[in-house]
Each structure stands twice: as structure tokens, then as C-alpha cells.
Ligand binder design. Structure first.
Ligand SMILES: C[S@@+](CC[C@H](N)C(=O)[O-])C[C@H]1O[C@@H](n2cnc3c(N)ncnc32)[C@H](O)[C@@H]1O
Length: 421
């Protein structure tokens, strides 16, 4: 009875998704599974609000807020245009149909997608940029755009289904793996039967340390191994964004079912910055064609195999030239294959800098399925939210203090992922 009352009070506390109270060693212990971290989400909303409060540039290209984390300077406009154009080309490689973009921001992609798509719905947690985006989209695709202020966890409230759902450069602002999985599950539920879910510009957790090293060298006037190591530790401890390993998407596709695939590819393009080096694009969908048995060769053989129309061709563990000298530039493989009439897909799901290449003359080469390795959540590194659990426990305790008599107060509160059974 007492426990029931304490449990009921806990369930009414802020951001409590589930709660249980147990007697342990003569005292009451409360276990709380938190709801989504609204404080972290609101902090990002406020940061983007600042960026969007001034209207966007009239030509529709607005790279405000795109700053290098390596040297703190704005990323070059020509590189951002290449980043935008290559992303759009990847999205338009198949007919886009009805598009939903989650976190559409100030419309860098929307202005390009609105023409070719059948209908475009853009959502963003920030309302400020949406009216001017609506005005810019109207002449580009009259009557096609619907813009809605919504948090990514509210996708279930949108009507209808979509052939292409895009989350580009958005998931790094999610507070943890549970939030990410909630959003992806909602997006998958909104896909049409042949639909694709594109999660682009994802920060690669396996390459984070290389990025921090690069940042340390850019910032130190006289770098020594000790100073670099110290700055790398600072970057790692202070990382405020969510990073994911490509294997997250493989494990997630596996969880969705045997007919789902996850394509994880390096960014397209010749521009060279932290976006091309340390980010990737993932596409999830249902497997369209059964795979042909691949032929495994080395990169040196590629020109001869292409000239001989061998198909399919699979190249394994190519060292990535963007991340070290003497490797293979991903763009060389894309361009060489395309010049010979091949469909090219690069696979970056290995977790390291190396990638595999699949080239075929008759359309898609079915993805080589890696066995999933760990749960999806085990491949996401959560941002440091600085004592978030402790703050939440204190908030819950303060709430209980207001609604419960002292003898029903738990002795302590444990913030947990799942309740003890
Ligand atoms: C870097 S911008 C990317 C904009 C656009 N997708 C693009 O690729 O150019 C990230 C956008 O995500 C939005 N955002 C961040 N967290 C969000 C959340 N939890 N729910 C919905 N939108 C969010 C931000 O307001 C911002 O507009």
C-alpha cells in the first residue's frame, strides 16, 4: 500500500517514463526510467533559434551556423554548396515521391527537393525559420510544401505516409540512443512499402578521436604529444553531440527484420573538410533485389575489370585517402565506375576508415550483410549532458517532497534504463 502510493507519486514526477519502488535493506529505493531529456533538446532548439531569427539569404543558399569544429571558422561556401549538391544528388538517385524532412532547418535541401518531389513536408523544432522558408518554396513547387513546427519525437502526429524520409545533419542533436531509436521507429512506421529512410551527415563515433587530434593540432601554436593528448581528452570529455558508429544502422536494420538493409556510405564529393572526412550517410529500406555472388578483387585490378565488363565487382577494405596518404579516394571509385556504366555503392559499415566498394552493371549489388554486432544502442556514443541523471534524481525527489509524507519518501533514487524485475 505504501509502496503503491510512493510509486504513484513517482509516476507523476517530471520526465518519468516508468518507475518502481522496492524495499531494500529496510529502506525504500525508487527506480526511475527517465523520459526523453527535454532540457538537452531545448538547449539545441534555443541555439538554432538564434541562428534562424534573421531571415535567410534570398537565393535560398544559407550556410549560416556551419562552422568548422577544427579551427572555429565558417566552412567555405563552395564546400557547403558541394556538400548540399552531393547530398541532394544522393537523395534524388531514385524518384523521391512524397518527401518528409525532419529537422528541415532553413531549407538548404528543401529548396532543391521541392521541384522533383511529389509533395514535401518539412518539420523542425524551431518555428522561426519556417515562414520565410514557406515563401521561398512556394514559387519552386507551388502548393507542394507543408511546414510544421514539431519535435522529431512527434512524427506519429503527421498524417499519411512518405516515400522518402530525410534526417540530414540532425541526429547529432539528439540526447541519447533511446531518443534516436524512438525517432527512427516513428519514421519507419511512416514509410510507404517501398520507402527509404535517409539518415545523413552522421558524425562517425569510430573516427571521433582522429577529429579531436586534427582539432588539437589546428589550435596549438606549438603542439607537443602531451598538449595534443590533453586537448584530445578535453574534446572527448566535452563532446556535446551524439555520435554513431555505422554498425548502429546495420544492427538497427537487422532489428527491423530480414528484408531490411542499411547502406552506409562515405559522403560524395571532392571537397575536403570535417564533413567529408568524419561523417557518413545511411539509407534504410527493404531489400529491392536479391544479391548476385560477388567477385572479390583488389583496387589495382579495377580498370581492367571495368574495361572487361566484369560484374559484379567487390573490393574490400580500401584504405580511405581522405583519412591518410596513399589510399583510395571514394570519389575516384564512384566516378570510375560511373564512367564505365556501373552502379557503384560504397560500404562504410566496417567501423574503421576503410571502405568496401560494390560495382555492378545491372543495377544494385545487394548489400553484403554483416552479422549485427551488439544492440543498436551499443553503437551510439551519447553526448555528455553533465550530471543529467543526478539533476533529474534531485528534481524527482523535490517533486516527491511536495506530495508524500516523510515516511513514504524513498531513501534514494536510481536512474536506470530498465526497471528491476
Ligand atoms: C544542422 S541543421 C540541418 C538542417 C537541414 N536538415 C540540412 O541538412 O540542411 C539541424 C536542424 O535540426 C533541427 N533540430 C535539432 N534537434 C531537433 C529535434 N530534436 N527535433 C526536430 N528538429 C531538431 C534544428 O532546429 C536544425 O534546424
Amino acid at each position: 500500500m505504501d509502496i503503491a502510493r510512493t510509486t504513484a507519486a513517482l509516476r507523476g514526477a517530471p520526465r518519468v517514463r516508468a518507475a518502481a519502488v522496492l524495499h531494500a535493506g529496510g529502506e525504500l529505493v525508487a527506480y526511475v526510467v527517465p523520459g526523453h531529456n527535454t532540457a538537452a533538446v531545448s538547449a539545441w532548439r534555443d541555439a538554432f533559434r538564434e541562428i534562424y531569427k534573421e531571415p535567410a539569404a534570398p537565393d535560398g543558399f544559407d550556410a549560416r551556423g556551419w562552422v568548422s569544429s577544427i579551427d572555429g571558422k565558417p566552412l567555405a561556401e563552395q564546400d557547403m554548396r558541394a556538400w548540399r549538391d552531393t547530398t541532394v544528388a544522393r537523395l534524388l538517385a531514385a524518384p523521391p515521391g512524397r518527401v518528409l524532412e525532419v529537422g528541415c532547418g532553413n531549407g538548404l535541401l528543401a529548396t532543391e527537393l521541392i521541384g522533383p518531389c511529389a509533395a514535401y513536408t518539412g518539420t523542425d523544432i524551431v518555428a522561426e525559420g519556417l515562414p520565410s522558408l514557406r515563401t521561398r518554396l512556394q514559387p519552386l513547387g507551388p502548393g507542394k510544401a507543408t511546414l510544421v513546427r514539431a519535435e522529431a519525437t512527434d512524427l506519429h502526429t503527421l498524417p499519411g505516409e512518405y516515400d522518402l524520409i530525410v534526417l540530414n545533419s540532425v541526429i547529432q542533436y539528439f540526447p541519447d540512443a533511446r531518443y534516436l531509436l524512438d525517432v527512427l521507429d516513428q519514421a519507419v512506421a511512416k514509410l510507404s512499402p517501398g520507402g527509404r529512410l535517409f539518415v545523413g551527415d552522421v558524425r562517425h563515433s569510430g573516427l571521433a578521436e582522429r577529429l579531436y587530434v586534427e582539432r588539437a593540432y589546428a589550435r596549438l601554436a606549438e603542439p607537443t604529444p602531451e598538449k595534443v593528448a590533453r586537448l584530445v581528452r578535453v574534446s572527448s570529455t566535452a563532446e556535446g553531440e551524439l555520435l554513431a558508429d555505422p554498425r548502429f544502422f546495420v544492427a538497427y536494420a537487422h532489428r527491423l527484420g530480414p528484408d531490411w538493409y542499411a547502406d552506409v556510405e562515405p559522403k560524395r564529393g571532392r571537397y575536403d573538410n570535417e564533413l567529408s572526412r568524419y561523417r557518413f550517410d545511411a539509407t534504410l529500406g527493404r531489400t529491392p533485389v536479391p544479391g548476385a555472388a560477388p567477385v572479390v578483387r583488389s583496387f589495382g585490378d579495377l580498370p581492367r575489370l571495368l574495361a572487361g565488363h566484369v560484374s559484379p565487382i567487390v573490393l574490400r577494405d580500401l584504405p580511405n585517402a581522405r583519412l591518410g596518404s596513399g589510399g583510395v579516394h571514394p570519389e575516384d571509385v564512384y566516378e570510375l565506375g560511373a564512367a564505365h556504366g556501373y552502379t557503384v555503392r560504397l560500404d562504410w559499415t566496417g567501423g574503421g576508415p576503410e571502405f568496401d566498394a560494390y560495382l555492378s552493371r545491372d543495377g544494385r549489388v545487394a548489400p553484403l550483410r554483416l552479422p549485427p554486432d551488439g544492440t543498436p544502442a551499443s553503437h551510439v556514443s551519447a553526448p555528455r549532458l553533465g550530471g543529467a541523471n543526478e539533476r533529474h534524481a534531485a528534481e524527482v525527489l523535490a517533486h516527491l517532497g511536495e506530495v508524500l509524507p516523510a515516511d513514504l519518501m524513498p531513501a534514494r533514487i536510481e536512474i536506470v534504463d530498465t526497471l528491476p524485475t
